[in-house]
Design a protein around this ligand. Structure first.
Ligand SMILES: Cc1ncc(COP(=O)(O)OP(=O)(O)O)c(N)n1
Ligand code: 3NM
Ligand code: MG
Length: 213
């Protein structure tokens, strides 16, 4: 079955402000439904513990939730799995598959994103052929990505005004979101702020309210 049309995916990306990465969890379907109902625009399965078969099974759960809410499904690292589940988005870090290689696997419709951690990487991702969006971070050191040094909000400030869609990431929560916005970000990626929330729908709603003001 073909995935969404690339123009529609890129339109949804342009409109997206809240991107959630989640590990697999026993209540994945209910959790995803709540987060998407609260306003999450893109949901990525980020779980390094899964074998391909289990990752595909979890992504199929997320795909159903994304289709029901008209939102985007993202795969982390694996172009083959993105292809297998007809994902809308493939996210690649600096040490992952080269973009040109991933593009051959997933085709032209799928949106490809990149992680960046310094100004040189950010400027490269802002112009590199085949890249549709990028992320800058971590804004703060985060236990979700142990050992990754944080360039902090200076990198967000350096990215302000770049036209290609970009998201701030790393250590962002409802308490410090105003600092991220003041540094120039209009889009954010979060993990714990929603995955650890008692009420994921309410957490997502609060992010969306703050991001739209
Ligand atoms: C949306 C988004 N942004 C950044 C990352 C981090 O990617 P990477 O640096 O490859 O690290 P891992 O997540 O693979 O550990 C991401 N996954 N998603
Ligand atoms: C997965 C990931 N990538 C980062 C980067 O800077 O590229 S920071 C990060 C983890 C973000 O998790 P939390 O919202 O729980 O701090
Ligand atoms: Mg990666």
């Amino acid at each position: 079955m073909p995935g969404l049309d690339g123009n529609l995916i890129r339109q949804r990306l342009a409109d997206a402000t809240l991107y959630l990465c989640t590990p697999n969890r026993p209540d994945l379907a209910e959790f995803a439904d709540a987060a998407l109902a609260g306003g999450v625009d893109i949901i990525q399965l980020r779980d390094k513990s899964l074998e391909a078969k289990q990752e595909i099974a979890a992504l199929e759960v997320l795909a159903e939730a994304c289709a029901a809410h008209g939102k985007l499904l993202a795969v982390n690292d694996r172009a083959d799995i993105a292809y297998a589940v007809r994902a809308d988005v493939l996210h690649l870090g600096q040490d992952d598959l080269p973009v040109s290689c991933a593009r051959h696997v997933v085709g032209e419709e799928v949106v490809i994103g990149r992680s960046t951690h310094d100004v040189d990487q950010m400027q490269a991702a802002a112009t590199q052929h085949g890249v549709d969006y990028f992320c800058t971070g971590p804004c703060w050191p985060t236990p979700t990505k142990p050992g990754r040094p944080a360039p902090g909000l200076d990198l967000v400030r350096a990215t302000k005004g770049v036209r290609r869609p970009w998201f701030a990431i790393g250590g962002i929560d409802l308490q410090n979101l105003h600092e991220v916005k003041a540094a120039g970000a209009t889009r954010v990626v979060v993990v714990r702020a929603i995955t650890d929330a008692e009420d994921p729908k309410a957490a997502a709603e609060s992010f969306k309210v703050e991001l739209s003001s």
